[in-house]
Design a protein around this ligand. Sequence first.
Ligand SMILES: Nc1ncnc2c1ncn2[C@@H]1O[C@H](COP(=O)(O)OP(=O)(O)OP(=O)(O)O)[C@@H](O)[C@H]1O
Ligand SMILES: [Mg+2]
Length: 268
Amino acid sequence: MTDETVQPGDFAPPAPGTPPPPAATGTAVAAAGAIDATKRYGRGESEVIALDNVSVTFERSKFTAIMGPSGSGKSTLMHCLAGLDSLTSGSVFIGNTYLAKLNDKELTELRRKAVGFIFQAFNLIPTLTAEENIKLPLMLGGDSGDKAWFQEVVDTVGLGTRLKHRPSELSGGQQQRVAVARALNARPDIIFADEPTGNLDSRSGAEILDFMRRAVREYGQTIVMVTHDPGAASYADRVVFLADGRIRDEMLEPTAERVLDRIKQLGD
Ligand SMILES: Nc1ncnc2c1ncn2[C@@H]1O[C@H](COP(=O)(O)OP(=O)(O)OP(=O)(O)O)[C@@H](O)[C@H]1O
Ligand SMILES: [Mg+2]
């Protein structure tokens, strides 16, 4: 818990008549969130309710893990929060902007400036080298970035000798590290990471998680991360548990053991 207070303007409503996004539970400033978010895929008998009236906020400068069984809606929630997919009903916001209020151009701009995404599949550009992939989000904005930070990021993810290689010349784990470095290098307002360490051995995974946590604690980065691994979740400040498209529970200052216990309870 922090004792930060909400600053005037933090939740300035994006349009007259729209209530401002709420603060994170028991805390202060929200970096992003969803309000009564429902996402349905398909129709009739094939209908799937991927998100069922989800309301959740993610506090700024905090590291939040999202956990839940396969198919519980974790990726759908992250995609909708990042403006990569749209809701059937309800709303999502980044900072003080409701995404539904934006036209395509404004949404693209907000995503480029404010949001970093590490996908379950890494989404690297095959014709660019690792280094070019990492720098791409900043280059698109005409920014060459901070050299020292870039070096710290690539040293931490351990890509030093592979920077001139293309994704097809990298292992799955190395590609994943490029995707993590790309998100961290741009220092966006918020990073959504969908199993960023899922394909890594435990040591490389731990190094990246530790770096993500440092980016949050030392540089105020906001990170929301999906993981299946209680050990990975223990790096976060808070864990949100999803099941069947609904928020089932949450935990502050998680440890791997407590997370595992909670998962077992929720499975009953
Ligand atoms: N494009 C789509 N069309 C139809 N159904 C979809 C689509 N995308 C996701 N779903 C369904 O929505 C539900 C939630 O999927 P989602 O990908 O969010 O799960 P998840 O929690 O990320 O699972 P995993 O841990 O396996 O990645 C699942 O039942 C899935 O089959
Ligand atoms: Mg998923």
